[in-house]
Design a protein around this ligand. Sequence first.
Ligand SMILES: Cc1ncc(COP(=O)(O)O)c(C=O)c1O
Length: 414
Amino acid sequence: MTYSDDFRPSERGLMMAVRTLLRELHEPGRPHVDPATAAAGLPDEPPEEGLGGEAALRALSPVAFADVSRLDHPGFFAHMDPPTPWHAWAAALWAAATNQNLLHPDTAPAARALESRLLGWLAPKFGMDGGHFVPGATVANITALWAARELTGADQVVASSAAHLSVEKAARLLGMSYLELPVDGEQRIRADLLPDDLRRSILVLTAGTVGTGSVDDLTTGAGAAWRHIDAAWAGALMLSSHSEVLDGLELADSVGVSLHKWLFQPKGSAVVMFAEADRAHRALTFGGSYLAAPNVGILGSRGASVLPLATSLLAWGTKGIGARIDSCMTAAASLADLIAADPALVLWRRPLTGVVNWRPAEHDAMAVRSRLEDAWVSTADIGGQRWFRSVAANPCADPATVVRAVRDAMTSHQ
Ligand SMILES: Cc1ncc(COP(=O)(O)O)c(C=O)c1O
């Protein structure tokens, strides 16, 4: 018995997989599959005799695509999860097929060089001089705070109540105390409440809070031992015509950006960048006798998420990426206009970074949301009240479709 055929591409199998993907994701009117029961057809135990690749994919397709959100649907104006371009999927397939390990230059010499090249493209746009790839902004935040603690000896993390939970998670992991400051009416950190002495504190400011897309004053906290900016969501605006929203970001010691949010990348793709990357990396470097190159940061083995990113940057260019983000910002502004003009709806604030918070004036927001047809919104708590949250991560979203669906859902039970 030889297994070499397992690792040679089966053109027929691959074509079948691609056809299934296109049919399930892009043919309109696919029957609804209940996600709770989608896996019910699978055996209770892993089968003793394998089904073979094609049959396995066929058996799993109802699970893989069960009621999956079409992130490019005109009615999808909901989460921070963007649709991903087809060329990024293709590059992700290459990365999976070659399965290079960027921990080892031996298996991934070119992909490691590609990472350096892309960081050379990206970091200067944020006023940083380098960094490294991580699987998400949670890891970016933990990594940045780890470097900060190592380099400054700080023992406290300060952030606002609107900061992402990963900031407190990082503080706890690193054995640091956590000071949470209140926010103002725009969900920005109350800079007037910052402690006078921040010499032993890492200050985390947010550019695009998870609930409302608010941006802290990025110039605040000059006396802090370290200033980290969590730009998971809004960092992408640096590539758009709205970069002024991020004024002051270049003053930070470190910045984290999720590429799997507004840079349209498959998960998990993010970057942590430093003003002095060599110094930060030295603090996070571990050698190992089995490694040809030192291990920097939290991750050990990791794949080439840089390939899809490089593909998107080449396919669209920075101008093309900026144009897509700009069109998302325009859609958010149009959605806000429609809401503001409708007395049956309430707009929280004009959106700053493509996150629109709104709700029905009279009806229960959650009940209306549960009745939405062919439209999707997420939710956020603001000051103890539940609001819709419409995130402009989908360049194909149509504001009028979403408002119409909400209006229909408001009247459908009257
Ligand atoms: C502001 C902010 N920071 C961090 C995160 C965590 O990012 P990830 O889910 O990529 O780990 C998020 C996720 O929504 C976020 O909005």
